[in-house]
Design a protein around this ligand. Structure first.
Ligand code: ATP
Ligand code: ZN
Length: 292
C-alpha cells in the first residue's frame, strides 16, 4: 500500500471543540492508547499511533458532518443526535455527558400531567424532541425555540414551561423552576456514517474494542484479600471473578490470598459479606483496561 493511499483511509472522528463533551472525549481517546498531537486551537489533529484523524467541531454540527461523510464517526450527545435526526447509525454509548432532557414549570404551580402543557408556551432549544413528546401525549403546546438561557424564560414572561437539559437540577432550582417530566435520558454516543469503507470499518472495530475494554474496566474493580483457609470456600463463593478467583497460599499457615474482579455496582454489598466471612486486609484497586 502506498503512503498516500494510507492517508486517505484514516478514520475521521468528529468531537466537540470546546464544552462539556470535549475533555471526556479526549480522555477516552487517551485511555484507548491513542495519542493526539495537541490540536486544541486547530480544526483537526492526527493520532501518532492509530489511523485516526480528529476534527474539532460544534456539537450541533457533528451529526450533519457524519451524515455527509465529511467525518466518518463522531462523539456526541444523544440529545443532539435525536434532535437533528440525521441519517447516521447510533452505536456504542460512551458513559459520559450524562444528562436528561426535562420539562420544568414554575415551582409554585401544581402539575397535573402532560395535559398541563395544553395551550401553554414552552421555551426550548429542542423543538423536534418537544414536538414529538407533545404529539405522543396529544397535547397542543406552543413551542418557542430559543438557543440559550432557556431557564430564564418563565421568569421574564416568555414562556409557561421550559424543556432543557438537566444534570443536577440546581440551575432549575435557582430560577424558581421544578422538573416535572423527563423526555429523554441522554449520554454521549458514537455515531457513524452509513457507508464506511471496509478499511475504515476495520479501524472502527479496533477503536470499539478499545472503548469497550476501557468501559468494562471502569465498571469493575480488582480486589485482593486475605482469607482464613477454614472459610475459604465461603469467601470464594461470594466472589464472581472473570472466571474464578486466584487463590495463593500466604507465608502464614492457615491463610490464603484471594484475587478477583468485582462489579462497581455490587461492590459494597460483597465487601460487607466478605468481612462477615472473615476476610482481612481487603485491597480494592482500579483496573486500567479489561480484555475479556
Ligand atoms: P457547542 O459550542 O459545541 O455548540 P453547547 O453549548 O451546545 O456547545 P455544551 O453545553 O458544551 O454544548 O453541552 C454539550 C453536551 O453535553 C450536551 O448536548 C449534552 O449532551 C451534554 N450535557 C451533559 N450534561 C449537561 C448539562 N447539565 N447541561 C447541558 N448539557 C449537558
Ligand atoms: Zn451545541
Amino acid at each position: 500500500m502506498t503512503a498516500s493511499n494510507n492517508e486517505t483511509q484514516k478514520l475521521r472522528l468528529a468531537i466537540q471543540k470546546s464544552g462539556r463533551l470535549h475533555d471526556d472525549s479526549m480522555r477516552l481517546l487517551k485511555e484507548c492508547g491513542i495519542d493526539i498531537s495537541n490540536g486544541v486551537n486547530k480544526l483537526k489533529a492526527e493520532a501518532s499511533n492509530f489511523p485516526i484523524e480528529v476534527f474539532f467541531l460544534r456539537d450541533d454540527d457533528i451529526p450533519q458532518y457524519v451524515e455527509d461523510g465529511v467525518a466518518d464517526i463522531g462523539f456526541v450527545g444523544e440529545n443532539v443526535v435525536y434532535e437533528k435526526n440525521k441519517q447516521v447509525k447510533v452505536g456504542e454509548k460512551l458513559g459520559f455527558g450524562k444528562c436528561r432532557l426535562c420539562i420544568a414549570i414554575r415551582k409554585g404551580e401544581s402539575y397535573t400531567g402532560p395535559q398541563f402543557l395544553d395551550n401553554k408556551r414552552i421555551a426550548t432549544s429542542y423543538p423536534v424532541l418537544v414536538k414529538q413528546y407533545l404529539n405522543k401525549n396529544q397535547v397542543n403546546g406552543e413551542i418557542h425555540e430559543i438557543s440559550g438561557s432557556v431557564e430564564i424564560a418563565p421568569g421574564i414572561g416568555l414562556a409557561d414551561a421550559i424543556c432543557d437539559l438537566v444534570s443536577s437540577g440546581s440551575t432549575l432550582f435557582m430560577n424558581g423552576l421544578k422538573e416535572v417530566e423527563t423526555i429523554l435520558e441522554s449520554q454521549a454516543v458514537l455515531i457513524q456514517n452509513l457507508q464506511l469503507t471496509e478499511e475504515k470499518s476495520q479501524t472502527l472495530a479496533r477503536l470499539l474494542f478499545r472503548i469497550q475494554s476501557v468501559k468494562k474496566a471502569k465498571n469493575n474493580k480488582y480486589i485482593l484479600l486475605n482469607a482464613p483457609n477454614t472459610n475459604l470456600d465461603k469467601i470464594i463463593s461470594l466472589l464472581p471473578g472473570m472466571k474464578s478467583p486466584t487463590v495463593l497460599p500466604l507465608a502464614e499457615p492457615g491463610w490464603s490470598s484471594v484475587h478477583s474482579v468485582l462489579k462497581e455496582n455490587e461492590f459494597w454489598d460483597i465487601i460487607e459479606q466478605l468481612k462477615e466471612a472473615g476476610a482481612q486486609g481487603i485491597l480494592v484497586v482500579p483496573i486500567e483496561k479489561m480484555i475479556v
